[in-house]
Write a protein that binds this ligand. Structure first.
Ligand code: SF4
Ligand code: MSK
Length: 656
């Protein structure tokens, strides 16, 4: 392994397990991305998007300190270059989510046509609900009698309708029917209602080619359209199809952190984003024949754990433990206890491959879209997923039998409640007999809940791992802001112990009162990156319930990605902003200070769509900005008056 500069481990992360594994990695002479980030400073020109390599007359570098001092060889200004680069980040992020959604849809179609053995439609209720949103009739009249339509017939029709999310050449994509009316009206005025994602992403790439769109506001219109085709399109399809196929999550207790590994068991870890492989793997590790094979190899059994977002999906659907977020994936291999790691797509570090080799861990790619040098590829066939996952388990059993490296498992694991979403918010905050958002809206109007924040996204070695997430969330709940979480951020917060009802003691008095009465944590875990669409759905339902304005931008809500790193995060941020949500990013922001394009993102967009970007690396400043925005919205709604604080009486409790 290459020699690294000395890393200050205590400054790199607050995760005790990752610290322990960084110490072990240094002893073992193994390098992981914390070391590489320490060795290689971020490029100061690229970091602020002040370079262009869109043609071979360049690459052209602008001067970040004096951004209008130069233009590219073609004459492109810093605003054009910044906007084009930003647009391409949105396209790459949106493409990742929409391709994931399309993969789910392909699997759903196969199930609907009865071609898959391993999967079936698990949540018929959700299927009917989604059909309802899209005006697909769920009943049919036969000889004057109204009958429910066959489930597989409904599924086929839904699949056909949802395919338009990707392929529709003209007209609005299906889930535009779920966008609050006034918000949709504004998008129509601006011409940013998405057509099919394939068209939007293709057009954006065309427009960022040399010599096409060279006006940053016009470029921003198209990248908004592209981002909306992700949030209200590809990502939403991925979430809804996953719920229909594998079940809509309900709140469930589950563990996070590296202590989920078991020394005496065969440990299989899944890392990636699409739930298909993971769902098949759950069957495999519970198959008595496979358990018998593990026992014959001397193990006590088979132990399954997740990482990153596919881990987050099964954490909330099945309570499968989650071993760590993006910045802990290589560190987990350093335990020596992982007997196989199987991956599919997205956020899989190439650095995993050499680390796996150091510890003799089979590292298996399973998706034709994502091969990695040094990995073993076993293609997963959706019509027979067990064939692939059983081979992974067998490789893991073999490795267990021949374990040759010392094992060191950090003994940390934290219980939390996962699996919230639109449906469970209705139930928990609305009551069994009258599911509704009314009590939540009333709690916001009365000021017990000051506002709602979505804190999401990755982890990034350029900032102290998990620390920024944790401090932002602690500040928000302390100030009575209910926090919704997805992606790797959720795992940071789970490790901080904030996903339990007992964490209400860290919340402000109003939020604590609600949590104690209803029995929910002050921070709700909603799933993976694509499940940010659940936040859009919940926000739309709050708006529909009434009393909090007419547009999504009227709501006292804010978004945040304190440690983001991926292009997907930029797409998510942009669809939040374009939906009307004030969104703060930490770590770094890919735009040059003092440019018109930066001004447009950080202020101009608010006039267009009601949402805007902001940036703060420091967690306290980050949270303060979000709270100030929430208060601004409360002021505009006329609800920013201090309510007299009263304890819940019986009538309140009955209502909740
Ligand atoms: Fe330079 Fe213009 Fe080519 Fe970009 S497109 S590399 S700014 S000449
Ligand atoms: S896995 S996109 S590091 S949240 Fe979705 Fe985590 Fe960010 Fe990947």
């Amino acid at each position: 392994m290459a020699k690294s500069k000395e890393l200050n481990i205590q400054e790199a992360t607050i995760c005790p397990s990752t610290i322990q594994m960084l110490e072990k990695a240094q002893k073992d002479g193994v390098q992981i991305s914390f070391h590489r980030a320490n060795d290689m400073a971020a490029c100061p020109i690229g970091a602020v998007s002040a370079c262009c390599k869109n043609c071979s007359m360049g690459p052209c570098r602008m001067s970040p300190k004096d951004p209008y001092a130069k233009v590219g060889v073609c004459g492109a200004t810093i605003d054009t270059i910044g906007a084009r680069n930003f647009a391409r980040m949105v396209v790459a992020g949106a493409a990742a989510h929409t391709d994931h959604g399309m993969g789910m849809l392909d699997c759903f179609k196969e199930v609907a046509h009865g071609k898959v053995d391993g999967f079936r439609i698990k949540d018929e209720q959700k299927l009917k609900e989604v059909c309802g949103y899209l005006d697909i009739p769920i009943t049919v009249e036969v000889d004057g009698e109204v009958k429910e339509r066959e489930i597989l017939e409904l599924a086929s029709e839904l699949a056909e309708e949802l395919e338009k999310t990707y392929t529709q050449v003209e007209g609005e994509i299906p889930f535009m029917k779920r966008v609050p009316e006034k918000t949709l009206e504004r998008w129509r005025e601006l011409g940013i209602v998405p057509r099919g994602a394939m068209r939007e992403l293709m057009e954006m790439m065309h427009r960022t080619h040399i010599g096409v769109d060279q006006e940053y506001v016009n470029i921003s219109r198209q990248f908004q359209r592209a981002a909306l085709s992700d949030g209200w399109g590809g990502s939403m399809v991925a979430t809804e199809i996953s719920d229909i196929l594998f079940g809509t999550p309900k709140p469930i207790d589950a563990y996070v952190d590296m202590g989920c590994l078991e020394e005496k068991q065969v440990n299989v870890v899944i890392n990636g984003h699409e739930p298909i492989m993971f769902e098949a793997m759950i069957d495999s590790v519970n198959d008595p024949k496979m358990i018998e094979k593990a026992k014959a190899a001397g193990a006590e059994g088979l132990n399954l754990a997740g990482m990153c977002c596919s881990g987050a999906e099964v954490l909330m659907r099945h309570g499968v433990p989650h071993a760590g977020n993006f910045m802990s994936t290589e560190a987990l291999l350093v335990t020596g206890a992982v007997d196989a790691m199987a991956v599919d797509v997205q956020c899989i570090k190439q650095g995993l491959s050499p680390v796996a080799e150091c510890y003799g861990t089979p590292f298996i790619t399973t998706n034709y879209r994502a091969h990695i040098e040094g990995a073993t590829h076993i293609q997963l066939d959706e019509s027979n997923p067990r064939e692939c996952v059983d081979q992974v388990v067998e490789l893991a059993i073999e490795r267990f039998k021949n374990r040759s490296k010392p094992i060191e498992i950090p003994q940390n694991k934290h219980i939390g409640i996962h699996g919230f979403g639109h449906e469970s918010i209705l139930y928990h905050l609305g009551g069994t007999y009258r599911p509704s958002y009314r009590p939540l809206n009333d709690a916001i109007i009365s000021g017990r809940i000051r506002g709602v924040a979505g804190v999401v996204g990755c982890t990034n070695p350029r900032v102290k791992h998990d620390w920024v997430h944790t401090e932002v969330v602690k500040e928000l709940i302390k100030n009575d802001v209910l926090v919704l979480q997805t992606g790797c951020s959720t795992i940071a917060i789970g490790k901080a112990g904030l996903l339990t009802p007992e964490a209400a003691k860290f919340a402000g008095p109003g939020l604590a009162e609600i949590c104690e009465t209803v029995g929910i944590p002050p921070v709700l875990s909603l799933g993976s990156c694509v499940d940010n669409s659940r936040i859009l759905i919940a926000a739309s339902a709050v708006l529909k319930e009434g009393g909090l304005g007419e547009r999504l931008s009227d709501l006292p809500v804010a978004g945040s990605a304190p440690e983001w790193m991926s292009e997907k995060a930029i797409s998510i941020g942009q669809y939040f902003v374009s939906s009307g949500v004030y969104t703060v990013f930490g770590a770094a922001f890919p735009v040059t200070e003092g440019t018109k394009f930066k001004e447009h993102l950080f202020s101009g967009l608010e006039e267009e769509v009601g949402g805007m970007w902001d940036f703060a690396v420091d967690p306290y400043e980050h949270a303060a900005k979000m709270i100030a925005h929430i208060d601004k919205k409360r002021e505009a709604l006329g609800i920013n008056v201090k309510q007299e604080r009263k304890l819940f009486d019986m009538a309140d409790r009955r209502e909740l």
